[in-house]
Design a binder for this molecule. Structure first.
Ligand code: UGA
Length: 471
């Protein structure tokens, strides 16, 4: 099928490349000339596994790039709107980009056969109604098009895999002809034929094959997206709150998580405590969902609390750093992790960045390292922090090491080497990447989230001289 995807940001670019891999002819439309030139020149603007491979596979054949939105709409059976919906000052989603795309689409509808306009960006409920109204207001024939909602559940870092091996595909359509178009587009995933191809991108072990498809009304689909993200964020804030109680009573959040996560109704995933969620989705979507609910007459206070716990989690971490180091002015702190999570170079709403800003205000000196997000961080911090070439360089002569992003590389450090680098063997782990006992055995004083601090045996003997005589 011929498809147009409008907006070559995260969702648009990944969706466009994956649609091409499913066998469709895709025109990726963007009005940013620089972005288009870069894409045409084989530059990949985001750090995403398999994306470069897919773009290489289809660039110039099944995947082309253009700034001519109406031209792309005219030749396409379906048009996916994947432009940004950034937050406004009040927390609502700014839908002006969606509106202007809808307005432009309307000029290319009449006389070119039936078209399905699909919202793919994360948008509040009622957006599809508005898109339809805008297109009609601008003189498109009501019979010539439908508007559907097809939300995306991609995670950064695993976006291609998430697209091709989804837990479910949600199709929000208010007519059978609209649903039929989306069913056909996703057929290679829902009939399983994609997975039989020798050149299929490999999937995760727990992939659901063939991919399930859920057909709902457009309003339900819009709500599914916001409710999913709100629920996941709630899970994180819930376990962060439980972690705080564990710290107060001396229990281990790891054991508690194991205990509750084995209940199949709860499940073990998304129960990792830390320094709070970040990124370009959860913070923005929770505020937008709260706002939508308010407009619909429902005061969604549960979401207020999810957001409050998330912010408090950073403050708690900061207090932990203070309690480990006493004063912070002039202290040299090695920071491992700048991205909002492992596997991405994205630092938007990254708790690591917010924490560094607080530490700088308190007068600490920061030496940071991240496997992917250094350049982006440089745009924010410039020369106000130092940048290291690797984890051990960052740790060199530091007063303490802070682990702020869950990169796999940081979970596999050579602890002997690390111990030798640090001025004081103090590790404050915001992502629970190590076992407290292992750290103590290696001579570290180790603080983590929701678990009692571990003090190296040498230090604990010094702190409690009689301890050594008990044996
Ligand atoms: C999130 C959702 O997981 C996707 O399903 C959704 O499609 C996407 O938003 C979106 O709306 O576009 P993403 O923002 O890539 O994806 O990141 P996540 O993997 O969900 O992580 C979000 C934050 O939560 C990160 O800061 C991460 O470190 C934190 N997190 C995650 C925890 O603190 N604990 C956990 O157990 C899991």
């Amino acid at each position: 099928m011929r498809l147009a995807v409008v907006g070559s940001g995260y969702v648009g670019l990944v969706a466009g490349a994956c649609f091409a891999d499913l066998g469709h002819n895709v025109i990726l439309v963007d009005n940013d000339q620089q972005k288009l030139t870069a894409l045409k020149n084989a530059e990949v603007p985001i750090h995403e596994q398999f994306l470069t491979e897919l773009l290489e596979r289809h660039r110039g054949t099944r995947l082309s790039f253009s700034d001519d939105l109406q031209g792309a709409v005219r030749v396409s059976a379906a048009v996916f709107i994947a432009v940004g919906t950034p937050p406004t000052g009040t927390g609502d989603a700014d839908l002006s980009y969606v509106e202007s795309v809808a307005r432009e689409i309307s000029g290319a509808i009449n006389g070119h056969g039936y078209k399905l306009v699909v919202e793919k960006s994360t948008v509040p409920v009622y957006t599809s109604d508005w898109v339809r109204r805008i297109i009609l207001r601008n003189h498109a024939d009501a019979d010539a098009f439908d508007v559907a909602s097809n939300p995306e559940f991609l995670r950064e870092g695993t976006a291609v895999i998430d697209f091709l091996y989804p837990d479910r595909i949600v199709v929000g359509a208010d007519s059978e002809r609209a649903a039929a178009v989306l069913r056909e587009i996703y057929a290679p995933l829902t009939d399983g034929s994609y997975y039989k191809r020798a050149d299929a991108i490999p999937g995760p072990d727990r992939a659901v094959i063939p991919a399930p498809i859920i057909v709902t009304s457009t309003k339900s689909a819009e709500l599914i997206k916001h409710a999913s993200n709100a629920f996941l964020a709630m899970k994180i804030s819930f376990i962060n709150a439980v972690a705080s109680i564990c710290e107060s009573v001396g229990a281990s959040v790891q054991q508690v998580t194991q205990g509750i996560g084995t209940d199949s109704r709860i499940g073990p995933r998304f129960l990792n405590p830390g320094i709070g969620y970040g990124g370009s989705c959860f913070p923005k979507d929770l505020m937008a969902f709260r706002s939508v609910a308010r407009e619909c007459g429902y005061d969604f206070r549960l979401l207020d609390e999810v957001i409050r716990i998330n912010e408090e989690q950073r403050h708690r971490f900061l207090r932990k750093v203070r309690s480990a180091l006493w004063t912070l002015r002039g202290k040299r702190l090695a920071v491992l992790g700048l991205a909002f999570k492992g596997g991405t170079d994205d630092i938007r709403e990254s708790p690591a960045i917010l924490l560094i800003q607080s530490l700088l205000k308190e007068g600490s000196r920061i030496v940071a390292y991240d496997p992917a997000a250094m350049e982006r961080a440089r745009e924010i911090f410039g020369n106000s922090i130092d940048y290291a070439e690797g984890p051990y360089e960052a740790a060199d002569q530091a007063d303490a090491l802070l682990l702020l992003t869950e990169w796999e590389e940081f979970a596999n450090l050579d602890l002997l080497r690390l111990h030798g680098c640090l001025q004081y063997p103090i590790v404050i782990d915001g992502r629970n990447l190590y076992h407290p006992e292992t750290m103590a055995e290696h001579g570290f004083t180790y603080y983590s989230v929701g678990r009692a601090p571990a003090v190296s045996e040498k230090l604990s003997a010094a702190a409690n001289p009689s301890a050594g005589n008990r044996k």
